[in-house]
Design a protein around this ligand. Structure first.
Ligand code: C2E
Ligand code: MG
Ligand code: MG
Length: 633
């Protein structure tokens, strides 16, 4: 059984049969020219007036046919070159060409009984020529029938023969008209359908050569199973072009096809090689993103990034055919699949529902199936826009959290950034630092923090008590990996006049994942100026001790996560002990952060850690309050 709708190949089949009839015209037109010339030069004795009329009429008929067929040949050839050709134009041209055969056949048989028989034969030969492009067996059979008919005709009596010739000619013309248009069309359409069916079986969409629905389902099933085994999430994007019907209706199916092909290419270019782009049929596409990590939130963010990229690319203008410009948009529905989740059908349904929500919301949009997820993403987008504005408008302040020694004296402070948002109030860095990193804003924000800290250092340098303090600045690994980071710091120190020996940069273990040689070169260059380094949140990330040994660190910071339960959890205590021992063996100082109780401090002191930071001493304070705290004693 053929699964593809007949209508799907109608255009292509009509155009192909038109092309085949045109091939018969290549013979037919010159043949008519030759005949017209032949009758023009036909020499008849003067007294045979009947013969003169006969020759003239035939000359006229062949001339007219020659002109008509030549014209049609040119016109049809030109039409065939058009990119947006559809079935109705092709069928109209076929009718015109076949009507020429029909009218000619009838006319010639009434004008010339004697030659008519031969011409009828030639006419049928044309039909056969047209058909033979398709079916050799049919051609041979038609040849046989024609020969038999001509033979029959020749052995009839004079009168009977005349009648037979006329009938045969008429028949031949009708056969031509019907056979050429109908049979060729249907045969070709059937072979096309068969080919399509084979392609469907092979898992490929014939137009775009993308995987088809069947293939996608297969891959999706595998991806969901694999995801469940590896514990990774993925996303399914249902993409539907907006108002695609319009282009088909106004510019023809060919143009629609061109657009679909172009969209397919753009989709493929928008995703990683490992992802799947499939065409479900019509203007519906699906993109399957695999391996998006183990956390659904991050999968959603990645899916969002890809969808935005797809929307952007689809929005670019299309050049269809020779010069026609077209604009198109799409709506995208996104369903996420987590390791322990649902069936493939359910997943497709979710993506479909989400796509309709995107259409409802005004098209050229994407929507997540999960409403909550959508809300979170919207909030994030709003926050990102706010953050950009905040950086522009300078809505940030630094607070300073004291670091104390065993005697409780403040010897340093950590600069911690806060966002003074006009509506949200004071926003903690945990809520915007990761966002700034992802949005590529951390460089600018980090620079501001650095400048502000150095300005503060320079200002305090004039006050005897404050001038003794070291200020720590958090540097995110994104910021540190900037090519000109060393220059930036050097410039800031120069411009503010801050003492580099009072500046300490807090790095996290994540810098070690990056190019260690680069990290080392940067650290050494900064160290040479007198800047200190502290390894923040030590023990929570990935640390290679052999790398750590090579880096010019000054201090390890025991993460507050280990300090919190240090009295209750033996593991935390063991880790703290290990960090302290490690710092000791490497000749580094060690500081514990998040110290909230004196019991914690005493325990840490017993382990050999004598520097502390935490609410027990003070939370982060605005510059003035911090200054007051330090100078109070
Ligand atoms: P961090 O560098 O580990 O900073 C220590 C965090 O612990 C600070 O949170 C601080 O307020 C908090 N803290 C201090 N003492 C205690 C305590 O006794 N108990 C508890 N539970 N918490 C305490 P904050 O200010 O919210 O900063 C969070 C993180 O944001 C920082 O962690 C740091 O990674 C990042 N951050 C802060 N400012 C900057 C900055 O200017 N640049 C960059 N790149 N990151 C920053
Ligand atoms: Mg820190
Ligand atoms: Mg920390």
């Amino acid at each position: 059984m053929l699964n593809v709708a007949y209508g799907a190949v109608q255009d292509e089949a009509a155009i192909e049969s038109m092309r085949r009839i045109l091939v018969t015209f290549w013979f037919f037109a010159p043949f008519e020219v030759v005949l017209a010339i032949w009758y023009w030069n036909y020499k008849v004795p003067v007294e045979h007036t009947e013969a003169v009329v006969w020759a003239n009429s035939l000359c006229l008929l062949h001339t007219m046919t020659a002109v008509a067929t030549s014209l049609l040949t040119v016109i049809v050839s030109r039409i065939l070159r058009k990119p947006n050709l559809n079935a109705s134009t092709a069928i109209t041209m076929q009718v015109l060409m076949c009507s020429t055969y029909l009218i000619y056949g009838i006319a010639v048989s009434y004008l010339d009984v004697a030659v008519g028989g031969v011409e009828a034969f030639i006419l049928v030969c044309f039909a056969v020529a047209g058909l033979s492009l398709m079916r050799p067996l049919v051609s041979i059979a038609l040849f046989g029938i024609t020969l038999a008919a001509v033979w029959q005709m020749l052995i009839l009596t004079e009168d009977g023969r005349q009648l037979a010739i006329m009938r045969l000619n008429t028949l031949a013309a009708v056969v031509l008209a019907v056979i050429l248009s109908a049979i060729i069309f249907h045969q070709y359409a059937r072979s096309l359908l068969l080919r399509r069916e084979l392609e469907v079986l092979a898992g490929q969409d014939p137009l775009t050569l993308l995987p088809n629905r069947r293939e996608l389902m297969d891959r999706l099933r595998k991806a969901v199973n694999l995801g469940a085994r590896l514990g990774t999430s993925g996303a399914l994007l249902f993409i539907d072009l907006d108002h695609f019907k319009n282009i088909n209706d106004t510019r023809g199916h060919n143009m629609g096809d061109l657009l679909l092909k172009e969209v397919a290419q753009r989709l493929v270019a928008s995703v990683r090689e490992m992802d799947t782009v499939a065409r479900l049929g019509g203007d519906e596409f699906m993109v399957m993103l695999e391996n998006l990590g183990d956390d659904l939130d991050s999968a959603a963010r990645q899916a969002k990034v890809v969808s935005e990229k797809i929307l952007r690319r689809i929005n670019q203008p299309y050049v269809l055919g020779v010069s026609e410009l077209h604009h198109s948009t799409a709506s995208i529905g996104i369903a996420l699949f987590s390791p322990n989740e649902l069936s493939v059908d359910e997943l497709i349904k979710q993506a479909d529902v989400a796509m309709y929500q995107a259409k409802d919301a005004g098209r050229n949009l994407m929507r997540f199936f999960d409403a909550e997820m959508q809300v979170r993403l919207n909030e994030r987008a709003a926050m990102e826009a706010d953050l950009r504005e905040g950086i522009e408008k300078g809505q940030f302040v630094l607070h300073y959290q004291p670091q104390v020694d065993s005697a409780g004296a403040v010897f340093a402070a950590e600069a911690l950034v806060r966002w003074v948002h006009p509506q949200r109030g004071l926003v903690e860095p945990g809520q915007f630092i990761p966002l700034a990193e992802e949005a590529g804003l951390i460089g600018e924000l980090g620079k501001w923090v650095l400048v502000t800290t150095c300005v503060q250092l320079a200002r305090w340098a004039a006050q005897p008590r404050m001038s003794q303090l070291v200020l720590s600045v958090n540097v995110s690994s994104h910021q540190f990996s900037q090519a000109d980071f060393v220059d930036q710091v050097t410039q800031v120190l120069l411009q503010t006049g801050a003492d580099p020996r009072r500046l300490k940069l807090e790095l996290t273990e994540s810098i070690m994942i990056r190019n260690v040689d680069d990290v080392m070169a940067k650290m050494n260059a900064l160290k040479a100026q007198g800047i200190g380094f502290s390894l923040d949140d030590f023990g929570t990330g990935y640390s290679s001790l052999s790398y750590l040994k090579r880096l010019p660190m000054d201090e390890l910071k025991i993460d507050q996560g280990f300090v919190r339960d240090i009295l209750l959890d033996a593991n935390d205590a063991a880790i703290a002990r290990m960090v302290i021992a490690l710092a000791d063996s490497m000749g580094l100082t060690v500081i514990a952060e998040g110290v909230e109780t004196s019991a914690q401090r005493d325990f840490l002191a017993e382990l050999g850690c004598h520097h502390y930071q935490g609410y027990l001493f003070s939370g982060p304070l605005p510059a003035q309050a911090f200054e007051a705290l330090v100078t109070r004693v």
